[in-house]
Design a protein around this ligand. Structure first.
Ligand code: FAD
Length: 408
């Protein structure tokens, strides 16, 4: 088992400093413009691709860091630069993880390169699970995938919503119901290849924050994909469905627990994004409070301001520790007996909301304007308590895990 250490090794420090430089020199200066434009920052994604940050190789390297800290450290730095642009850069990763987690080697080799494109022709990918009537309640999903045996094709129908990169993606990963009798255990994931007829973008959302990241509905109307686009393949799906039917009959919970373990391992990543945004707002507010003078002295000389900064920093460090613990647990195969992954996401996302609000307060009138970045950071931070499971759902998962009882 990997020992837990808070000291980053030399390789990690080098990667962190390199990413911080990219966030400071390329992402941060572009942040206000793309926030105002509310458009995907293609030129910045391209810069990231040229630098080697927008690629599967980069994420794979961080993912396989044996300490588990590679991914949270990378995400914190990129989101420190700007949340909207960083999500545009890492959003493809959500879809790529869907393929890595469930796909065969052939599917991984075929589709992941098409998700990223290359530095001269960058592409993005989308992961489409949420629906208008199935947000927190994933079991209410209605998008159907029906197998057409004669043609060895799957036919997908339904409407997905809130899809990051939805409609502009080269490759869409779509979760659909294959057996409505089995609830979430009757779901499967499909690749929808580039330019497949029947897939279209619905409404593109105008958002409160992370406005550089494209979020839209995806409409699937008689979308036909080859049998080879079912992630994991038909044989594995049939086996899984058979086990799920058996577990439904006998009340065995193991299938459900496997899905829960996956979420526990992925949620700290969102926590790391939140830590990045919170730290960005804190850094800015600290520098401002040292500079800004009122009543003949820097405002940080007032305990009322200094104590806020003390609390902000304390919460950020505590959030990072929870994120790193959960990331280390995931890589070490430790069981999440107290939903430590959900804990880290809950605490870090609530911290980002609170810390960015405090930063606005410390900047006074300037904090309330778009001339200063903390206004944007505050809007951006609101997403963390909503996506990848709301704070209420994290609390529900933690409480359910602690109690061992179903909590409704
Ligand atoms: C910018 C953005 C990007 C996104 N990107 C993606 C993406 O790429 N792919 C994707 O599939 N999805 C994505 N999502 C969807 C996101 O995961 C959902 O919005 C989220 O899961 C919440 O679902 P909902 O919006 O339907 O809210 P609802 O589920 O309707 O929740 C509304 C409120 O009720 C509360 N609530 C619901 N159930 C309970 C309960 N049992 N106990 C207590 N409170 C409860 C919630 O906490 C929330 O406060 C994205 C969303 C946004 C806003």
């Amino acid at each position: 088992m990997t020992e837990f250490a808070l000291d980053l090794n030399d390789d990690q420090k080098q990667v962190r400093d390199w990413l911080h430089g990219f966030a400071r020199d390329v992402i941060r200066p572009a942040a206000a413009e793309w926030d105002e434009r509310e458009e995907t920052p293609w030129p910045v994604i391209q810069e990231a691709a040229k630098a080697g940050i927008y690629s599967l190789d980069f994420y794979a390297q961080q993912f396989f860091d044996p300490t588990g800290l590679g991914i949270p450290m990378a995400l914190e730095e990129l989101f420190w630069g700007d949340a909207g642009i960083a999500l545009s850069i890492v959003g493809t990763g959500l879809a790529a993880v869907g393929v890595l987690a469930n796909g065969t080697e052939e599917q991984i080799g075929t589709w992941i390169p098409q998700m990223y494109g290359d530095a001269d022709d960058v592409k993005v990918a989308a992961f489409c699970s949420s629906e208008p009537d199935a947000g927190s309640d994933v079991g209410a999903m209605r998008t159907r995938a029906v197998y057409d045996e004669a043609r060895d094709e799957w036919v997908l129908n339904g409407t997905k919503t809130w899809a990051t990169n939805g409609g502009i993606a080269n490759v869409h990963v779509v979760v659909a119901v294959v057996d409505p009798g089995l609830g979430t255990k009757g779901h499967a994931s499909f690749i929808v290849p580039p330019d497949t007829p029947g897939l279209s973008q619905g409404q593109k959302f105008k958002k409160h924050g992370i406005r550089a990241s494209h979020t839209a509905e995806v409409v699937l109307k008689d979308v036909r994909v080859p049998g080879s686009c079912l992630l994991g393949g038909k044989e594995r799906l049939d086996g899984r469905l058979a086990r799920a039917r058996e577990s439904a009959r006998t009340g065995d919970e193991r299938v459900k627990n496997a899905a829960m373990a996956t979420f526990e391992a992925s949620r700290p990543a969102v926590g790391a994004m939140a830590v990045g945004t919170a730290r960005a707002a804190y850094d800015y507010a600290l520098a401002y409070a040292r500079e800004r003078r009122q009543f003949g002295r820097p405002i940080i000389d007032n305990q009322g301001v200094a104590f806020q900064l003390a609390d902000m920093r304390t919460r950020i460090d505590a959030a990072r520790l929870l994120v790193w613990r959960a990331s280390w647990m995931a890589v070490s195969g430790k069981p999440f007996t107290a939903a430590e992954g959900s804990m880290s996401k809950l605490f870090a996302s609530e911290t980002a909301r609170e810390v960015t609000a405090q930063a606005v307060q410390i900047l006074g009138g300037n904090g309330f304007t778009r001339e200063y970045p903390v206004e944007r950071m505050h809007r951006d931070a609101a997403i963390y308590t909503i996506f990848e499971g709301t704070s209420e759902i994290q609390r529900l998962v933690i409480a359910r895990t602690l109690s061992g009882l179903p909590i409704r």
